[in-house]
Design a protein around this ligand. Structure first.
Ligand code: ADP
Length: 683
């Protein structure tokens, strides 16, 4: 370390003041650099993955963030207890908290991030804009001065031209922000924003900007060291957002020219230098490619921390940004100069949230019964796919923190290749037990407009109709769901049945199985039900499936794990399949399909050679025996009830007569074709 700054104390132990995927990710690099790692945790996270992976871990307090991850005193105390010479804040929590940085400075602990003064300079939107204008960074046309007279603000808005965007100077997280379409609505919007801003930030100052109707969110990764060097590591496009929350990110931004990239990069470095920045930072811009615009860009804000989406930059530059952060914090100079940085290929990141897109993205909780990704099975190159996760199978997702579980990051030689890898990887991601946005991410990533780079910050809103459209099911989907469900039944019965199967019995029982399927979101709607009829001669034969007049020869083969191959009329498809209660879930790189088993019936064709035995038409469980052996019954009387897929099926008397003996009791599992009972027809 030839270039060590005299103000910097070397450290060999790093405390990560965060949780989840980012804590795990930061510790991964720290370990690789030979540092000892310290995690901190709340009571809700005592056994969380970041705690398991750290060399040491210190409890901060109760689950509530303000009593644990936001508790400055407790974090500083944990660093002292463990001899941690430096703290990495991750993102969120204390990462942009000036008071925290000051507390560390006072305690002689290195903050892996910028000085408190740089955080403060970007904290106030109006003040930040004034400084950016000073540094020659382009701003959205607008007003951001101290004079806050209502009439003056209105005149400024008129001058800018509608629509305008009112923003709270002290704002963040979209609070105190409103679009004003015309002059008549201005005063009401101003009053509303002021009230919101007063409530959230204790401040009523406003700024006004021209509202761009089709902007893209393009941000530049910058890095500065304490020796006066600054570089940009190119840009990321984060236009796909839901309520200002990023969902899919990519690097580089599609449609950039070398010249625009350099202009934006240099403007971002100027912005960082203007405020004496040190470490990793992101300068966010709105990029306007709408009609007549050739890519004007405007400064929006600077995030003075590592971003969630930093891995896409790592993928295209081949650099480890956390390593850069730690080296800069140790007082070293930046590892590379601007000229030495290059872009290779294209990268995407998808954020996996525990939330339910079907219920307005309500956060979901629960135990992760399974959290895995089978790269090999999906034919994916581990060098090209990265899963940054804060959880593992068996972990519990609580309601205390951000619902992001993991990030899936992929790399390709170009955008199309990277996108197809993203879709395969999303399909290979197997999450069970907790509802996630995985299927929604697949709908986004397979959307034609996304493939065609029709990006802007209102992408999700604009494509709502197709992104949330009721599912259109194909014949293949119905056939697959029927076959997978039937095979699941068979497997469940075979796994714990003590009885041998004799396929010969099945020959005597030509039953047609009739399965009624529908959209799980629409189970009450009779009209949407589709019936699949299946018949097969014996256990090993393919099924003949009939769906809406079309007949298909269908076979199913189990591959590794949940992977299956469904072959329909000689067309074989590989997919992940499982049964979730009465719903069959099928996932392939084109998306996820769920179908609900509404009914299952067996139709007895009555071709019994001798009506002396009754065989099980399907795999299932015996629910009840309804008559006694020897009791006289009439043809059609119920004898026994079976259950399959939580649906009951009643076995009836084939003729007048009596049951001689039952072969099973209530609770027993039976396989298709098993002899259930011996029947004696009346003479
Ligand atoms: P906050 O700090 O509250 O998140 P920002 O200023 O970062 O607010 O803006 C949040 C989002 O609002 C941006 O990502 C962008 O999508 C949108 N936005 C901000 N300014 C404008 C503008 N002038 N025109 C159009 N959209 C904007």
């Amino acid at each position: 370390m030839s270039q060590t700054d005299s103000r910097i104390t070397p450290f060999d132990t790093l405390l990560v003041a965060n949780r989840g995927e980012i804590a795990c990710r930061v510790m991964r690099t720290a370990r690789a650099m030979g540092l000892r790692t310290v995690a901190v945790y709340s009571d809700a996270d005592a056994d969380a993955r970041h705690v398991r992976e750290a060399d040491e871990a210190v409890r901060l307090g109760p689950p509530a963030a303000r009593e644990s991850y936001l508790n400055i005193e407790a974090v500083v105390e944990a660093a002292k207890r463990t001899g941690a010479g430096a703290i990495h804040p991750g993102y969120g929590f204390l990462s942009e908290n000036g008071a925290f940085v000051e507390a560390l400075e006072a305690a002689g602990i290195t903050f892996v991030g910028p000085p408190a003064s740089a955080i403060a300079a970007m904290g106030d939107k109006s003040a930040a804009k004034a400084r950016m204008a000073n540094a020659g960074v382009p701003l959205v046309p607008g007003y951001h001065s101290d004079d806050q007279d209502d009439a003056l603000l209105r005149r400024e808005a008129d001058k800018i031209g509608y629509p305008v965007l009112l923003k709270a100077s002290a704002g963040g997280g979209g609070k105190g922000m409103r679009v004003v379409e015309s002059g008549e609505n201005f005063q009401a919007a101003l009053d509303g924003c002021r009230r919101e801003s007063q409530a959230a930030f204790g401040d009523t100052r406003m700024l006004i900007e021209k509202y761009l109707t089709q902007p893209r969110h393009v941000e530049v990764q910058v890095f500065c060291d304490s020796h006066g060097n600054g570089v940009y590591l190119f840009e990321r496009d984060c236009s796909v957002q839901r309520r200002h929350q990023k969902v899919l990110e990519e690097a580089p931004a599609p449609g950039m020219t070398a010249e625009l990239r350099r202009e934006m990069g240099e403007a971002a470095v100027r912005a960082a230098k203007e405020i004496g920045y040190v470490g990793a930072g992101t300068v966010e811009f709105l990029l306007d490619f709408s009609q007549g615009q050739d890519g004007s860009f405007y400064f929006m804000e600077m995030n003075t921390r590592l971003q969630v989406e930093h891995p896409v930059t790592e993928m295209i530059t081949g650099q480890d940004l956390v390593e850069w952060q730690l080296r800069v914090a140790m007082g070293e100079a930046l590892p590379l100069t601007q000229e030495a940085l290059t872009i290779t290929g294209h990268s995407f990141e998808a954020r996996l949230y525990a939330e339910d897109p079907e219920q307005d993205f309500l956060p979901a909780t629960g135990k992760l019964e399974r959290f895995a990704m089978d790269l090999e099975g999906a034919g994916l190159d581990p060098e090209r796919v990265r899963l940054d996760s804060g959880v593992d199978t068996g972990d519990v997702v609580s309601m205390h923190y951000d619902p992001m579980l993991a990030k899936l990051i992929v790399h390709g030689d170009d955008r199309d290749q990277a996108l197809s890898t993203l879709n395969r990887a999303l399909a290979a991601l197997d999450v069970q037990g907790v509802v996630t946005n995985r299927a929604f991410l697949q709908r986004l990533a397979t959307h034609p407009a996304f493939k065609a780079c029709e990006l802007d910050t209102r992408f999700i809103e604009k494509n709502e109709a197709t992104l949330f459209a009721p599912k259109q099911y194909t014949t293949e989907a119905y056939a697959g769901a029927a076959l997978i469900g039937l095979n699941q039944l068979a497997r469940e019965c075979e796994s714990d049945s003590p009885w041998d199967r004799h396929d010969g019995f099945r020959l005597n029982a030509p039953h047609t199985i009739r399965i009624s399927l529908c959209d799980p979101a629409n189970v009450q709607d009779e009209a949407s039900v589709v019936v699949v009829e299946g018949i097969r001669a014996s256990g090993a034969d393919p099924w003949d499936l009939t769906i809406g007049g079309e007949t298909l020869t269908a076979r199913l083969q189990h591959l590794e794990g949940d992977a299956v191959a469904v072959t329909l009329n000689g067309h074989r498809r590989r997919l992940q399949a499982r049964r979730d209660g009465n719903v069959v879930v099928m996932v392939d790189p084109r998306g996820e399909t769920r179908l609900f088993w509404r009914r299952i019936d067996a139709i007895d064709h009555g071709h019994h050679e001798a009506e002396s035995t009754l065989t099980a038409p399907m795999h299932g469980t015996v629910v009840a025996l309804l008559v006694e052996a020897g009791q006289k019954v009439e043809k059609g009387m119920p004898l026994m009830v079976m259950e399959a897929m939580k649906m009951e099926h009643t076995m009836t008397a084939p003729a007048d007569g009596h049951v001689e003996s039952f072969h099973f009791n209530a609770g027993d599992t039976v396989g298709q074709g098993d002899v259930l009972l011996e029947f004696a027809p009346a003479e």
